[in-house]
Design a protein around this ligand. Structure first.
Ligand code: MTE
Length: 444
């Protein structure tokens, strides 16, 4: 990475006093547990906070003299008819990993997880993964066809779809190839590149089950083929179980129409299932009685096992978590209090617990889950930590509602080997050096 690419929060500085006290207290009271705050202010954290408070306020020129923005007229309303982030946030962008792919069309741009708050990814920062570039389709010319083992093949216009009963649900979308490079090495420099094929959105659309009912699907059918309208001929087999459970034919994302990069005007949302099955620019669903062995499931998105066999049709994204800050590429500037923060999710249900270790997995303590905790959605976790200036190895591990616990890398490698590309849900380790620099390491 060149220096102009250093992500926001690349340097974790102690906040000025006024910001710090508000931020700290609201962060603690948000979970509604008073003893946290009392404990925090009385104990080691209290000392850490006290050490940070009172710094440089009297000499701060923006406090001594009101800055220009307090003395002038602001810009008129609707200067930006569609709102844009602050000028000072221009570094918070999706990034492509140089050299990762041969063309920019069959490529990926990663979400800047190190700079995200909460559980929703702004639509403009949702990661992008295209097999043959993205297209901006005229919705008036777009159709969805349902055919195959149905009473009557049907073709819907967008207008017809948008008049049907709709649902809005929050779900994560993770590419099966997320964290792929970690199978082999730990050279990946930031969490944006290790885990940034991950985003969380509110999706709006028609339940797929309703559309299948409307077409009169054969009750013995076990599979669907979903097909996209882009030049990649993206086709994926979807299990009928997933299709009828909670899948959505979606046109909305975070309260507005889908972004073109996310499949405007229509995409499939298959909660908990790997991203490749969330077919974008969705134009056809065929009801069938056997898996289709399409190109993107016969040779791609398969797991190469240690004995040389290929595991096909892996669907569900297993439980996974990652600390997003502090994370590789960042630097702790001073000793003292830090809120270790991160994301946890499970394709099989809800996150029930997240633990954090600061000594490479020898000791674990429970993190706070910031609600709401929703099925098959990102869950934000926070963990209070006072850094004494020593070397540390930060890890997080998630437990989900099935009782599954995220594995250490060595445990996963013992079963899966290291020649896979897909479905790496191992515990991630960030090393903090006494200098405060954070980098990516693999243990064991
Ligand atoms: N659908 C179509 N039609 N074409 C594509 O290239 N990419 C797939 C899936 N759906 C793809 C597609 C892959 S591999 C992933 S991970 C997700 O879309 C990525 O969705 P996003 O770009 O909205 O993040």
């Amino acid at each position: 990475m060149s220096s102009d690419e250093v992500p926001h929060q690349g340097v974790l500085r102690p906040a000025p006093e006024s910001f710090l006290s508000g931020e700290l207290i609201s962060a603690i009271s948000r979970d509604g547990i008073d003893h946290h705050r009392r404990g925090l202010l009385r104990g080691a954290f209290g000392a850490a906070v006290a050490a940070m408070a009172g710094s440089a306020v009297a000499s701060d020129p923006d406090i001594v003299t009101p800055p220009e923005w307090s003395r002038t007229l602001g810009k008129p309303v609707a200067t930006n008819p569609y709102g844009l982030p602050s000028l000072y946030e221009q570094n918070i962008i999706r990034r492509q990993s140089p050299g990762l792919t041969q063309t920019d069309q069959a490529s990926v741009a990663f979400t800047p997880l190190q700079s995200m708050f909460g559980m929703i990814t702004p639509s403009g920062l949702h990661f992008e993964r295209h097999h043959q570039g993205w297209v901006d389709i005229d919705p008036r010319r777009h159709r969805l066809m349902i055919n195959g083992l149905v009473d009557t093949p049907v073709v819907f216009t967008m207008e017809e779809l948008m008049r049907m009963p709709s649902v809005s649900r929050m779900h994560f979308l993770e590419c099966g190839a997320n964290t792929a490079l970690e199978w082999g090495n730990s050279a990946v420099p930031t969490v944006q590149y290790t885990h940034g094929m991950l985003s969380g959105s509110e999706w709006t659309g028609v339940p797929l089950s309703l559309l299948l009912e409307r077409a009169g699907y054969d009750r013995r059918a076990q599979f669907l083929l979903a097909e996209g309208a882009d030049g990649s001929s993206m086709t994926r087999t979807i299990n009928m179980e997933n299709a009828l459970d909670d899948a959505i034919v979606a046109y909305g994302q975070n309260g507005e129409m889908l972004r073109p990069e996310q499949g405007y005007p229509l995409r499939l949302v298959v909660p908990g299932v790997q991203g490749v099955s969330w077919v974008k620019w969705l134009r056809r669903l065929e009801v069938g009685d056997m898996p289709y062995a399409a190109k993107d499931e016969a040779s791609h998105y398969v797991d190469l096992m240690p004995d040389g066999s290929q595991r096909q049709y892996t669907a569900i994204q297993e439980a996974k978590s990652v600390i997003t800050a502090p994370s590789a590429g960042q630097k702790l500037q001073t000793k003292g209090y830090y809120c270790i923060t991160g994301l946890a999710w499970s394709g099989r249900g809800t996150v029930t617990k997240v633990e954090v270790s600061v000594d490479g997995g020898r000791n674990w303590r429970e993190a706070r889950l910031e609600g709401p905790v929703l099925p098959k959605m990102l869950t934000r976790f926070n963990f209070d930590w006072v850094w004494q200036g020593d070397a540390a190895l930060l890890q997080s591990r998630v437990h989900d509602s099935t009782g599954y616990i995220q594995p250490q890398r060595a445990e996963l490698v013992a079963v899966r080997g290291t020649r896979s590309i897909y479905h790496n849900n191992a515990i991630q380790t960030w090393r903090i050096a006494p200098s405060g620099e954070v980098d990516n390491v693999q243990l064991g």
